[in-house]
Ligand binder design. Sequence first.
Ligand code: ADP
Ligand code: MG
Length: 685
Amino acid sequence: MDLSAGVEQLKGIGPKTAEKLRKYGIVSVRDLLYNLPKDYDTFSTPVSISAIRPGKIVVRGRIDSLKTRRARRRNLSVTEGVIHDNTGAIKVIWFNQSYRVKQFSPDKEYYFTGDYQFKNGRYSLISPAAAEVSDVDLKSGLSPIYKAHGSIKSHDFKRLILHSKDKFAQIPDLLPSVSHGTRAKALFYTHFPDSMKTVGVARNYLAYEELFELILASKLNRQENNKLKAVRIPFDSSKIKDFVASLPFQLTNAQRRAVWDIFQNIKNDVPMNRLLQGDVGSGKTMVAALAAYGVALAHNQTAILAPTAVLAAQHYNSFSDILGAYGIKVGLLTGATKHKKELKEKIRTGDIDVVIGTHALLTDDTTFSNLSLVVIDEQHRFGVEQRQKLMLKSPGWLAPHLLAMTATPIPRSLQLTVFGDLDVSILDELPSGRKPVKTLVMPETDISEKLYPKIQEIVNLPPDAKKHGAKAKGQQIYWICRAIEDGDKSISETMSVKTRATKLANAFPKLKIATLHGKMKPAEKDEIMQRFSDGEIDILVSTTVVEVGVDVPNATLIVIENADSYGLAQLHQLRGRVGRGVSDSFCYLLTAGDAKPSRRLLELEKSSDGFYLAEVDLRMRGPGEIYGVLQHGALDLRIASLSDTKLIARAQKDVTEFLRDPDNLIKYKELMEGISKYQQITTLN
Ligand code: ADP
Ligand code: MG
């Protein structure tokens, strides 16, 4: 049987099961063999039932009298039974696992492992893992645990894999350079482990393969990019220096380096492919503005793609301020833009040098005269297709230079692999005078006593820096809620924007309180944001729609409700809404009820370093999650840990070697087929 054959060809899999598996991406026999266990149970050294003590135990026996009942608490089912060996019997209980009734047959022997505990007046074995004795490796007592896919549970996968045991031998090697072992063996031993050591070796083999593919993909992207041609933008150093000297502040050293790197890239005819990462407030926009200025000096156009209309408008204001004085024409194109036609005409003829916009930039009828630089702000907010649409707006055969910006710091290990062949500039230095945001975790129940006085204090402080035209009497506050209205989420303690706004209005009748959320029309949102930015609103109660990039330096306090329901990166990003001026800034992380604050919140309290927090996040959540934050799409690394720098280094060396012989790209067909998936996710453009 060919490994590409459908799973229904296997003994024990009918059309119904095959259909269910298909839904989870397991179509062929190969897919099934590559569906790896997520962990292992150990059933070694079982004890006789007569000798067991409370605590973690392993027993071996038969099970009967299984039945399921509803518990008095709603949504809870209790499945109970009796396990016995020839020395005695114990009660066993599972919660919400009614499928257990069908898992066991009374005439077979099983291993059980779990906690033997005193509960509801008697000792029972609580929610044990179980495996048929004949399925468990005799020597090691190890039994793989598979991720359940809907109604297909771990033990079902075990049975399916057992039916495919003889198929492993057919699996060919994927890579040339792995010196020891084979892919077939590595896969076999992850499913049929004879010791944890073998499992380790096998997983290492597979992790290496995965990293090899990922790194190869990103190197191939680089090769492809280098085949393209771009417009050369000469570096007019005296004009750039004058411009920098005229700024109201000094560029940070990190900004200088980034600007220099960019100009070095764009004077070449190979398109720049650069990622600019910097914590919130590190001054990425300024760097982009300088690049756009250089491009405009060469009579070429820049397009800046922003994820929201509010952000686009804000960029438009800063760019007009910074560049307008030098005669550079800046335009704003969003869904709400009036006179779109005229604007598009000016873009087409090159009357406008720098165009800032949202998705509206991507429409087919937006064409450019000579687009040479594309800047994508918060690049992970856009999908590959969207980014490509803009890249294709360059005239003729030329590709634009690309500067992608992100405020989510990328852990170094991820940078080496996924983004290994991008040019990266890091703004690891905040403009001088900035102070870290003072961060405090607080139970929600304490707010009227401890937080309300702080609010009063903040709104009575003189405005941070008097912005031109701003009407603020005091400093301002963001208040972030998870839900828009009550009942939006299943968690009953989730405070909604509406309820919180009402409560605050009652507590502070003199303050101007407004709400902002994703269900409002874009024009409405923009208006509220504008009013907040102008200082007409004291407290803005909002969902995370304010998360991205908004710059209101006069806002110096942010309260985040249900803080535990957000990821670390997102909390850090939200916190970055404040601390953008010269005044002291504060962030209150509220926890619902009397729940203990999570490690995440405590880390935030301790550190304001985005790169440190990104490393913590990577360790706590794994690369897949982090990657989701960074990029549209999924990095589905099944095995490799992106913190394994040794293995990464080895794979990198081998990939370089591999690429020395161009024939390899043709010879290793299966490898190349898998690569295209990785190429999609490691590309910036
Ligand atoms: P980011 O996009 O990285 O979050 P911005 O570019 O929006 O940061 O910059 C945040 C604020 O800091 C803006 O008001 C900007 O004008 C200001 N800024 C940028 N660079 C500097 C600098 N070198 N010194 C002082 N202020 C700066
Ligand atoms: Mg920004």
